[in-house]
Design a protein around this ligand. Structure first.
Ligand SMILES: [Zn+2]
Length: 191
């Protein structure tokens, strides 16, 4: 794993830039601003942004949105389960914020190859912050037929400050569901 602040390749930065664009779309739709893209062979094949408010479904995180786009596409094209698994095993996912425990577990079971993320998710992070689901659980795999995560390579800290500042701006100003501040932040005369 590369340490935060390490130099990332131009490609890595470009894909994270696209994920940030998705996060900004979420922001503009009054959603918690997290975005992601999925890349196969150096090409973006799916993107997603958080849609929990719009769908009134707390599990519609950016990663799940993007994965569902792919699974739907592949199903329409008649890909077999094996072909889907093979394609997923080549995919890289770029997300602006560390995948939560739910998403990290899902990505691990789906078998994506690599996950690149921006800022850490100190409350719910599943790739190092709270749990380390990206490490997989190959030892437990032998215990029975329950699907277990294979784990994935995880690289963090890409454009983290951009991701954080979007989230910070959202929680300070943009979230209509957030409790109102006790005092107005600015108190300017309107005339
Ligand atoms: Zn999530």
């Amino acid at each position: 794993m590369e340490s935060p602040g390490a130099d990332f390749s131009p490609d890595t930065l470009a894909f994270m830039e696209l994920a940030l664009e998705q996060a900004k779309l979420a922001f503009d739709s009054l959603e918690v601003p997290v975005g992601c893209v999925i890349v196969e062979d150096g090409k973006v094949i799916a993107s997603g942004r958080n849609r929990t408010t719009e769908t009134r479904n707390a599990s519609r995180h950016a990663e799940m949105e993007a994965v569902d786009v792919l699974l739907e596409d592949w199903q329409k094209n008649g890909l077999s389960k094996l072909e889907v698994a093979k394609k997923l095993s080549k995919c890289h996912l770029y997300v602006t914020c560390e995948p939560c425990i739910m998403c990290a577990a899902a990505l691990s079971i789906l078998g994506v190859k690599e996950v690149y993320y921006g800022c850490t998710n100190d409350k719910f992070g599943g790739c190092g912050s709270i749990l380390s689901l990206h490490l997989g659980c190959s030892e437990l795999l032998k215990s029975g037929g329950i699907p277990q995560g294979k784990g994935f390579k995880c690289i963090r800290g890409i454009m983290a400050s951009e991701a954080v500042s979007l989230l910070r701006t959202f929680y300070e100003q943009g979230n209509p569901n957030a409790p109102k501040p006790h005092r107005p932040l600015t108190h300017q005369a309107t005339h």
